[in-house]
Write a protein that binds this ligand. Structure first.
Ligand SMILES: CC(C)(COP(=O)(O)OP(=O)(O)OC[C@H]1O[C@@H](n2cnc3c(N)ncnc32)[C@H](O)[C@@H]1OP(=O)(O)O)[C@@H](O)C(=O)NCCC(=O)NCCS
Length: 418
């Protein structure tokens, strides 16, 4: 079929443009098996996408074809923010709203839109792309690799929950989410500037975290609760946003603590609420100290571990120079990339934690795909483990050399779903 591929202008107020953007939003929700949108939700969505200058792509049935109309049969969107790569905030093309109608799947509609977008990102000098996926099997073919993992935990906070010796020199205070928002944003900005793997929040996070609008109910979020932690000097150094659920449970939506003390203070606050016996959080920080601070470490159970942030290197030298390196050395990498953006042989030299990277004709020491390079990028997985998984090829000494250079002691972490 001769699909009509187009990029929508969300600022266009002509009748046709308004109908198409309503149809596009309806198609995204249909693709994610959500309800049809009401006007309030459409208005918020359009406002966010204008503010973030989102590029909105779709495929429509050609005019005259049965079923043709303002609703597309495939949707795709992307926007540019930043990734904390460890040494700098790297420009990032964030991919979202990927859906293809159940009656037009597997005809190359996603392929066409994602390949167009990645080519545009390269032309615009954006060095890296990212997404959070609904299935882990889709995006490797386009050079995306799982780059951070997400860990879900459940804390049993029934009587007996307690700490060995924790004393909070500051305090936790409940604050209405709307009032907490400026603090939430300031804490996140500090966290984003220093946490490798963090992805900047799109504009809709303000509505979500201030409780102004809930995309599930289509109105203000009346369930969301917020608290902040103040340090001994009275400065806000963390926030937690949560909801009370069934059976005396609390579900943490988002939590960022800038100090270990603030982190333990939040767990103490959540764990000591009266008539709360279970606290869950599905974005547990890999270095959260709580397990080792409790009198009973078995109170914390891991409920799930899944891939979370997917990355795709588009400009290999630029990306590799933006991350930190653990040891000095030189290695020639050969990258295999079906779309070609990352393909080639690169001489990577690290010195004092900084890489210089240039294209080379020298023989390769280590060979890997663009997908595997993306999974190694933030240091979520060691080079040796990827070699054992059959995904990094090379002589043992070359693999060990790359591992010494690339493996980092502190884990990456991202909490931005999009
Ligand atoms: C995922 C989805 C967008 C795929 O769209 P599509 O237009 O059918 O994809 P394409 O026809 O362009 O497929 C291109 C390639 O990806 C593969 N692919 C597509 N979806 C896949 C999936 N869910 N699992 C594994 N492979 C998949 C195709 O087999 C094809 O492979 P090939 O070219 O190597 O043979 C569509 O299935 C969908 O809307 N799913 C529900 C919503 C969703 O999960 N969105 C993803 C959000 S992150």
């Amino acid at each position: 079929m001769d699909y009509d591929f187009a990029i929508l202008d969300f600022a266009d107020e002509s009748d046709e443009a308004v109908a198409r953007r309503r149809g596009w939003i309806g198609a995204v929700l249909r693709g994610f098996r959500e309800d049809r949108p009401e006007d309030a939700l459409i208005d918020r969505w359009v406002g966010h996408y204008r503010a973030d200058d989102v590029t909105v792509r779709g495929a429509w049935l050609p005019e005259g074809e049965f079923g043709a109309g303002p609703m597309p049969v495939a949707t795709y969107a992307s926007l540019d923010k930043t990734l904390n790569a460890g040494r700098e905030l790297l420009p990032l093309r964030m991919v979202t709203d990927v859906t293809t109608s159940a009656t037009h799947r597997r005809r190359g509609l996603l392929r066409r839109m994602i390949e167009d977008d990645l080519a545009d990102a390269v032309a615009q000098g954006v060095p890296m792309a990212a997404l959070t996926a609904s299935e882990a099997t889709i995006y490797g073919r386009w050079g995306f690799g799982a780059a951070t993992l997400r860990k879900g935990v459940e804390l049993n906070t029934s009587p007996g929950f307690g700490f060995r010796s924790f004393v909070d020199t500051g305090r936790v205070e409940l604050v209405e989410p709307a009032d907490a928002w400026p603090h939430v944003k300031a804490v996140f900005d500090t966290f984003h500037a220093r946490q490798r793997g963090s992805v900047e929040w799109p504009v809709q996070y303000e509505d979500m975290h201030s409780a102004a609008f809930d995309f599930e109910s289509g109105s203000a979020n009346r369930k969301l609760r917020g608290a902040v932690h103040l340090d001994a000097a009275g400065e806000v150094d963390g926030f937690v946003l949560f909801k009370h659920g069934e059976k005396n449970s609390v579900k943490v939506d988002e939590m960022v603590a800038l100090t270990p003390e603030a982190q333990l203070a939040f767990w103490s606050f959540l764990g000591h609420m009266d008539r709360v016996t279970t606290v869950t959080f599905n974005l547990f920080h890999p270095e959260d100290p709580v397990v080792w601070a409790l009198t009973d470490m078995n109170r914390v159970k891991t409920t799930e571990v899944e891939e979370f942030l997917w990355l795709r290197l588009l400009d290999v030298p630029r990306c590799l120079a933006a991350r930190p390196w653990a040891a000095d050395g030189t290695v020639v990498l050969e990258v295999d990339d079906a779309q070609g953006h990352a393909s080639g042989r690169y001489e990577l030299t690290t010195s004092g934690g900084v890489a210089t990277v240039s294209r080379t004709d020298r023989p390769a020491d280590v060979r890997l795909t663009a997908e595997t390079l993306a999974s190694l990028y933030l240091g979520e997985v060691e080079v040796r483990r990827m070699h054992h998984a059959g995904r990094v090829e090379g002589a043992p000494d070359a693999v060990a050399r790359l591992g010494a250079m690339a493996d980092l002691s502190d884990p990456p972490y991202s909490l931005t779903g999009f």
